[in-house]
Design a protein around this ligand. Structure first.
Ligand code: PEP
Length: 245
């Protein structure tokens, strides 16, 4: 039995006062039956860690460097995230693939760098609208996941996967539970073939998850929770999604 995991991706949102209010709301609403985490902008990690320490809400980053250390201005290493108590690092989010030209190979290296320092990578895969309409969804997500599986080799079962159709992110247009489940089943079969442990691995869905659609999505057999963008910024919405699990 896989425990549901709900992860908030704050993206480049937040401020000290707003974060304090949001986190206080999340803490006050405990206990959750799902595992809950927030991936916050890196500058807020230390404060987030101080606020959430001792609770069962976990925290993480939205990216990680593929490098261990060195002259990589602006980058943040997995070791640094580990020092900040991060449980998770999102890698390969479609916004990073699109705006920072991150390749499948780089995403795979980032996932490996995170795992090497005990930070669980949440590896995002997903097709664009044009790719879906061209019937390429399966080919695209399998290619993206395959690069990471290959890089992680015997550690591949340690990652979390997030299926995030690009056309559903921040658009208000959610994949139907059936559409999402179909892709999750493909991903789980791929993970099973590679690791033999896919029944223990979490595959999250992301893309306009809201309080009113979360329960149906999470009820699908291969959907183990969600990666939540916009709705993670309002305590009431995020709490409702966590409770839908
Ligand atoms: C995301 O950015 O990972 C995401 C799923 O965003 P939203 O929930 O806003 O679509």
């Amino acid at each position: 039995m896989r425990r549901t995991l709900v992860v908030g991706n704050w993206k480049m949102h937040g401020s000290r006062p707003a974060n304090a209010e949001l986190l206080a709301g999340l803490l006050a609403a405990r206990p959750y039956t799902a595992d809950v985490a927030v991936c916050v902008p890196a500058v807020f990690l230390t404060e987030t860690a101080a606020t959430l320490a001792g609770s069962d809400i976990r925290w993480g980053a939205q990216d990680v460097s593929a490098h261990e250390q060195g002259a990589y201005t602006g980058e943040i290493s997995a070791g640094m995230l580990h020092e900040c108590g991060c449980r998770y690092a999102i890698v390969g989010h479609s916004e990073r693939r699109a705006y920072h030209a991150e390749s499948d190979a780089l995403v795979a290296q980032k996932a490996q760098a995170a795992l090497a320092r005990g930070v669980t990578p949440i590896v995002c895969v997903g097709e664009t609208l044009a790719e879906r309409e061209a019937g390429q969804t399966e080919v695209v997500v399998k290619r993206q996941l395959s690069a990471v599986i290959h890089q992680l080799a015997h550690c591949a079962a340690e990652m979390v996967v997030a299926y995030e159709p690009v056309w559903a992110i921040g658009t208000g247009r959610t994949a139907s539970p059936e559409q999402a489940q179909a892709v999750h089943a493909v991903l789980r079969a791929q993970l099973q073939a590679a690791t033999g442990r896919a029944d223990t691995m979490k595959i999250l869905y992301g893309g306009s998850v809201k309080p009113d659609n979360a329960a149906t999505l999470f009820a699908q057999p291969d959907i183990d929770g969600g990666l939540i963008g916009g709705a993670a910024l309002k305590a009431a919405d995020f709490i409702a999604i966590c409770r839908a699990a």
